[in-house]
Design a protein around this ligand. Sequence first.
Ligand code: NI
Length: 451
Amino acid sequence: MGWAALVVPVLALAACTSPATTEEADVPATAVVSAEAPAALDPAAAGLEVADTSALGALPDLVTQVQQCGVADAEVDPAAVAPFEVVTAGRQVLGVHCLADDGGRTLYADVADGSVWSAQDLLTQEGQAEVSQALAAARADGGTQAGGDAAGDPAAEVSVTAGSLADLRFDEAGNLIMIEGNGAAWKVDAGEVDSLLSERGRLVRGAVRSGGEFRGITVGNSAQAHVVNAALLPPPAAPIAPPAPPAGSVDCAVAKCIALTFDDGPGPETPRLLQILADKDVPATFFMVGKNAQARPETVKAVLDAGHELGDHTWNHPDLRTVSAEQVRKEVSDTSAAIAAGAGQGPTVMRPPYGATNDTVLSVLKDLGLPVVMWSVDTEDWKNKSTSETRARAVAGAHPGAIILQHDIHSWSIDAVPGIIDDLRAQGYSFVTVSQLFDTMNPGEKYFSRG
Ligand code: NI
């Protein structure tokens, strides 16, 4: 097949396989409903003048897979300029839908390292099985399909079988959208998606939900970019593009919520932590020391841009019980001002150093409009200086509604974050900021955990 054949519209049907099965499947745990197929993006969103493989030179693996789209390997012409649509471009993730007469496939590339994933790779193996089963059940129900010409016809033939999840995308609300070869689209609600996703799936969903700026397809010749792409990227001191995960779909009255908090920064390694949280699609809350916020305004802004919550942790980190009311006010308000100078907006919460308060302190904080955030799980990272112990304490202490205390000025504590997230996620926790954890928070009142 020459490349001209590849421009057959996506909606064209290939020889069809029958999806019909009369067996009653178990009712799947995952609900699939019909949905609108999302529109492709303007290629300019990915910095491309044209959406063809000539523009993807820095991503040779992606070029190869796009060229192979719907084509037997032997037929690939390496010189062919294969067409595709851009489906997402955010942070370090580029998603393209290569066009083929079986409906094509959606491929995702990480421009930081050049790796390429299929749509199925966004789901765990269990997730793939669950979505396939739920999709088959939804089809058998003859659900009305908003996105395709098979609408309302349960007998409509489809070109993608239940087991082949060739075109998976996310919308900005974090819903998982599955598009079949005939253009029919289905959706799994954002609230149900979390447990289905692989690490790559979280990375892609975080990039889509954020509306974060696309890093761009890395400059340099393709061979070099393929091998040392990461080295060509800006150093970590440059703020990482934002994930800004909206927590709108998390209801902590229902979900098993937990809040990660990081004190005493921002520090030199805070951008590294931001990248970890972005990769894991996890929001957190940062209680900043004023003098550090003043020293690193770009990091303060990166924290906010990434969708995290900003907290005030005083200017000099004193025990506030030992200073005058006026000094309490100055410690806190100067810090809020430094945070606002960096981020463009001030903190929403405050944590007293050492958790130390008295009536005077609380009265000033009430006056300043700041809820007082304590914690219910102390990793004691500053004391144990151990990644494994920090992780173990966080996970052992975790409970629904918990607030976990760490410090982003300690590299070993940052190193513990991926494991903490993985362990807690495996236990069904949803990560939220402190303000998202509580329905309402009142200035001057102390909060240790929800419930
Ligand atoms: Ni502190």
